[in-house]
Design a protein around this ligand. Sequence first.
Ligand code: MEV
Length: 434
Amino acid sequence: MQSLIKGFSKLSREEKVKVLIEQQNLAPEYENAFQDFLHKEKQHLFNDISENIISNYYLPFSIAPNFLINDELYMVPMVIEESSVVAAASKAASFWAKNGGFKTKIIDTLKNGQIFFNWKGSIQQLENYKHEILELIHSLTDDITFKMRQRGGGIVGLEFKSVPNMENTHQALIQFRTADSMGANFINTCLEAIAPHLVNFINQHKELKANEEASVIMSILSNYTPECLVECTVKCEIENLLPYAGNFTPLEFAQRFKTAVDIAINDPYRAVTHNKGIFNGIDAVVLATGNDFRAIEAGAQAYASKDKTYSSLTTIQLSETHFEYTLKVPLAMGTVGGLTNTHPLAKAAMQILKKPSAEQLMAISAAAGLANNFGAVASLVTTGIQKGHMKLHLSNVLNALDASADEKILATKHFKDSVVSYTTVENFLNEQRG
Ligand code: MEV
């Protein structure tokens, strides 16, 4: 076993790379790769984002144009490593732009913070003091929330709950609105300012005081945001679905599409993949705009299980003539603060989107999610997913194998009707190269 490395964080970037190359026995070319992907002038911006940085990890920054969302056209920036996603989003965006576009509704923008505490009392007793405690919370956080209140946010509610299956373990669930910021720092700062005073209130109150002092366990925002919710819908006459219908009639296509959605509603194995297709679009926008994709994924995947089994985040309405498809998803996003203001390309993404509010960004991300899911399900119930995928996969494999422009032309012709895999492409190139 290798010995533990001490003081790695204290080393310079060059020293870190040296240690890494020695320890992991890496070929020297990797030192060049790490060097090549540093930013020539603005590396300092990236050095402030994380720790132990030895290079930057590039991903493509793409644009899906023609997103008509609430009657406004957007060019949507997407950062994603998977081929076909941007192409599918662009195709679906153009299609829906000709069919009324994406219509969205923000259902609410509430976010939650949790203060967990031990207390040998009953939560009903505490409920009687809810208004008094909420007033205390407002006065304790007056300074911290001042600016946020001016922007329309702040602390808006309080609930007390006991943690199921745990004796004497309770929480204050505090509701926040955070205007255009994602609000994680704001919420956590408020919670940590409130927590000690909350247990003091309990310990000093004649009727609440227990034979053991109440004490704080932890305070943190919740990434479960079922009340920070956006709904996005597309609808059209069934006959307009012709461009997606493949060898089927538009009505047959719409019925097959509905069956696929119903399967995702009822079968969790399929629901996960179906929702993954939604997140191809959402995550790409979340990443491009410098938002916290782990928070958004965690919250939305939990929401997909809100009815006890994991299910589709989309629903469908089909009549004899009409197709209507809806995505409902919690998206706790921000357009100010954090990486959105520091990463040069996240800043560019915000400009491309015409400096959206958090609510507008929720709408745009949901539209990207619905577009990608619509494209994926449409392919699945007609030609299958591999046909379109393979064209782009081929180009990735050709690049990975350093194919020349001429070889790419030959390979594209050759693989038009045959199976693309790394090995088949490699064999083909080896034959060409003699
Ligand atoms: C691939 O990234 C996404 C799909 O699997 C989504 C789906 O199956 O609906 C094609």
